[in-house]
Ligand binder design. Structure first.
Ligand SMILES: NC(=O)c1ccc[n+]([C@@H]2O[C@H](COP(=O)([O-])OP(=O)(O)OC[C@H]3O[C@@H](n4cnc5c(N)ncnc54)[C@H](O)[C@@H]3O)[C@@H](O)[C@H]2O)c1
Length: 268
């Protein structure tokens, strides 16, 4: 690992208190980035920031941020600028899932998932781009990174709203790339499959509750057997290299792309 690969990059990461967001923040900072961990759960974000600062290299701050609120997004961006001088990269990672079969979806389920996964991504992109535009053009692009999913591309019967929200993340990646190119801002993303995190651990239980699976753990086994080409589930450590690539100068000539890092599920 190059400890200077992300040196000079100041990076906002939403949903960074745990799961993939926390792993990415630690990986970015280990490569020299300064990171702002924005999460609705300030305690977990602060714990992760403390670990990063204890490890040395890039610095970390934590802020409480409900990504569904425009003002919280603006405040998180301002915190990056206050702490580090400017913002170079933002990773829109905050997200959640709550499975329902199609006829069981209600407004609460729809609003919860669409607001956190999609509306909040749009708000975060806009508030971050506003600051980047004010900072002015530079030699290398500013970068927005959107977290999609296998559900950005594949219809899944048990998670219609999640699929709708993540297809939306793909659209925001494409449309954002078109809309922000003139400001030297690229928009890319990555799309995991099954990553063992608190989100998936809860999903595994919820799939039993809605009657889609008979027992906990069955969803993992079924997906590995029937859908994945690489015959195991993934962990945040499997994903962090792709996130770092998109945050680094190695991806400067890319925009509007969503990289699938899903063990080959998307070609199934
Ligand atoms: N785990 C998977 O298998 C998987 C697969 C594909 C895509 N994803 C996506 O990856 C991203 C990260 O998922 P994860 O598995 O690490 O989840 P996770 O549940 O482990 O972490 C999500 C983080 O987001 C935060 N968060 C939730 N609502 C928020 C809000 N309103 N404002 C700010 N923060 C909020 C949580 O507090 C938590 O720290 C999500 O966008 C998810 O949809 C996950």
């Amino acid at each position: 690992m190059d400890p200077d690969r992300l040196k000079g990059k100041n990076i906002l990461i939403t949903g960074a208190g745990r799961g993939m967001g926390a792993a990415n923040a630690e990986h970015f900072a280990a490569q020299g980035a300064n990171v702002c961990l924005a999460d609705i759960d300030l305690d977990t974000a602060q714990d992760t920031a403390d670990r990063i600062n204890a490890a040395g290299n890039g610095k970390a701050i934590a802020v409480r941020c409900d990504v569904t609120q425009r003002a919280d997004n603006a405040a998180a961006v301002a915190a990056v600028v206050d702490a580090f001088g400017l913002i170079n990269v933002a990773l829109f990672n905050a997200g959640l899932n709550k499975p329902r079969f199609f006829m069981d979806i209600d407004e609460d389920n729809w609003d919860l998932i669409m607001n956190v996964n999609t509306k909040a991504m749009w708000l975060g992109m806009q508030e971050t781009a506003r600051q980047m535009i004010a900072q002015g053009n530079q030699d290398y692009p500013y970068k927005l990174i959107n977290v999609g999913s296998i559900a950005s591309r594949k219809p899944l019967v048990d998670v219609t709203v999640y699929c709708t929200s993540k297809y939306g993340c793909l659209a925001l990646t494409h449309c954002g790339a078109l809309g922000l190119a003139e400001h030297n801002i690229t928009v890319n993303g990555y799309a995991p499959g099954v990553v063992v995190t608190p989100l998936w651990e809860q999903l595994d239980k919820d799939l039993v509750d809605i009657g889609f699976k008979e027992r906990e753990g069955q969803a993992y086994e079924d997906i590995v057997r029937d859908a994945l080409q690489i015959k195991r589930v993934s962990y945040p450590d499997d994903i962090k290299g792709t996130a770092a690539f998109l945050a680094s100068s190695d991806s400067d000539y890319m925009t509007g792309q969503m990289i699938h890092i899903d063990g080959g599920w998307c070609i199934q």
